[in-house]
Design a binder for this molecule. Structure first.
Ligand code: FAD
Length: 505
């Protein structure tokens, strides 16, 4: 056996399985031995276990923002029984593991925890089932099925899972993160759609919780499936889900609407809700600095739809508004656009909005979805995924902007988000040429001040992306009672604490 030195979890090769019985390392968290990895290899079969040094695992242990978190091993189960084999192996070996779906989560929850000897269970091959029940308006899907494939299959029956975001996550990842997305204002988060789950618990037997029901009501006691929704892969491995789905919208009207201030943004929204709440399906904000970044890093194939002569002419805010209806009874696409035009006119006459651009959804949505990648290309950044009561959103935003000068004078601020549901992605970007130590100092000061500010605003710093290791200490500080209850659940389901990169102990 050759074992490289100075790096965690790097084996040049894997030796044949040892003849003696597996001996568990004496404390949780140590790296599995090559013999143990060899046993895992044998359990799953050829090509399903990847070992660093032998196989290329970079796409698994690098997160969507390009941050590398070395994994000791990557296992790719095909089905429920493979998942159970991995769990029993991990329990016996006390090997820590992180479940990964499509690896689009931005809070480091789907990659190994820094400094720990963790492996990755990638669910990408668990894609055997997409079973549409048209009469029940549900779909049963394996955890590794991606959202685009799911919606392609549903579209053939005139149905859709109305979760919309600029990424293509897996079913299991969406459930574990309780994904929100741009249509939460109308359709709610993933939790609202989950009717059933199949979950493997990280215990000695890899117990399967048979919660995979297609029922809209079942009150035999507390609804256990909800414990796993939004649990960030810390309590169990989701292998399949039953999701309630909706009819595909037939009429859609979209516009980008310019507003000069936060008060205008909120008043326009309340008018839309008063007159067209049954049709309002998205209300997304792009602030001027975000628009500037998008204009500088426009993805290929996307057209800049405005005729602004230059960046200074961009409005302080653009709102992407979408009205949609599931039938044409309303009079067709033109009629929804007419409604939107009327409401924009009324808002303009009250000074809430300044201008509007109508366009096809396929033209306008890519601009909104380009936001995070465009900002990422501007320089080293720190992003907060916050939510506050909607009425306090712009007051909080003003306080955040005031913080920058005080805590992070070299940073620029940009934001965007699902303001219709009180969500805001607050992004701070530093110049590349700034010395790293200086930037890290500013980031640390800013992070602490942000947590304080968000807590004071009765908000959350983990709105829709989950907690993630970076937010753990703030969670411990600001929500000790909730954390304590979560730790009790963790001890119940995961007695050896082998699962997840978020520490709930
Ligand atoms: C450009 C972009 C835009 C985005 N926009 C939004 C948005 O608008 N709204 C939003 O909510 N999110 C958004 N996200 C974040 C991300 O796409 C979601 O959190 C998504 O649901 C993650 O799914 P995934 O399959 O990629 O999971 P991963 O990133 O692989 O994992 C996420 C978490 O789920 C756990 N997990 C994954 N699969 C399982 C499983 N089978 N069982 C148990 N735990 C599991 C992981 O351990 C981890 O804790 C965006 C991301 C990007 C890159």
């Amino acid at each position: 056996m050759h074992r490289s030195t100075g790096r965690l979890c790097r084996y040049h090769n894997v030796v044949a399985a040892a003849s003696s019985a597996p001996s568990a390392p004496d404390r949780p968290g140590s790296a599995p031995t090559p013999e143990a990895l060899s046993r895992l290899d044998e359990l799953l079969g050829p090509g399903q276990v990847l070992i660093p040094g032998r196989d290329d695992i970079i796409r698994y242990d690098t997160d969507v923002l390009g941050r590398r978190s070395p994994a000791c091993w990557v296992a790719r189960p095909n089905d429920l029984e493979d998942v159970r084999s991995i769990v029993r192996w991990a329990y016996a070996e006390r090997a820590e593991l992180v479940v990964q779906g499509a690896n689009t989560g931005p809070v480091l929850a789907g990659v190994p925890r820094a400094g720990r000897h963790q492996g990755i269970v990638s669910m990408e091959l668990c894609r055997s089932t997409i079973d549409v029940d048209v009469l029940n308006r549900t779909v049963t899907a394996s955890a590794g099925v991606d959202l685009a494939s799911l919606n392609d299959a549903l579209a053939r029956s005139g149905l859709t899972l109305p979760i919309d975001l600029g990424a293509n996550p897996s079913v299991g990842g969406m459930v574990a993160a309780n994904t929100g997305g741009a249509r939460l204002i109308r359709h709610g988060d993933v939790r609202r759609h989950v009717l059933g789950l199949e979950v493997v618990l990280p215990d000695a037997h890899a117990t399967v919780l048979p919660l995979l029901r297609r029922l809209r009501k079942d009150n035999r006691g507390p609804d256990l499936k909800h414990l796993f929704i939004g649990s960030s892969g810390t309590l169990g491995i989701i292998t399949a889900a039953v999701l309630a789905v909706d009819p595909l919208p037939r009429d859609v009207a979209t516009a980008l609407v310019a507003a000069n201030d936060g008060s205008g943004v909120l008043h326009f929204l309340t008018l839309l809700e008063a007159r067209a709440v049954e049709h309002l399906s998205a209300y997304e904000l792009l602030s001027r600095p975000t628009l500037e970044a998008i204009s500088r890093h426009l993805p290929s194939g996307i057209r800049w739809p405005f005729e602004f002569p230059g960046v200074p002419d961009l409005p302080p805010f653009l709102i992407l508004v979408e009205l949609s209806a599931s039938d044409s009874a309303h009079g067709g696409r033109q009629s929804l656009e007419d409604d939107l035009t009327t409401l924009i006119d009324q808002s303009a006459s009250r000074g809430w909005v300044a201008d509007a651009w109508f366009g096809r959804p396929t033209t306008l949505w890519p601009l909104r979805h380009a936001a995070i990648n465009a900002l990422h290309q501007e320089g080293p950044m720190v992003a907060f995924d916050l939510s506050v009561p909607r009425s306090q959103l712009f007051e909080t935003r003003d306080q955040i902007i005031a913080l920058v000068a005080d805590r992070a004078p070299h940073a620029r601020y940009a934001d965007f988000g699902h303001v219709g549901d009180g969500g805001l992605h607050s992004v701070f970007i530093w110049p590349r040429e700034l010395r790293v130590e200086r930037r890290l100092r500013e980031q640390e000061r800013l992070r602490e001040a942000m947590y304080e500010l968000i807590a004071a605003a009765d908000g959350t710093f983990s709105a829709e992306h989950g907690l993630g290791p970076e937010n753990e200490s703030a969670f411990r500080r600001y929500s000790p009672e909730i954390r304590h209850a979560q730790a009790a659940l963790k001890a119940l389901f995961d007695p050896r604490r082998i699962l997840g990169s978020v520490d709930l102990s």
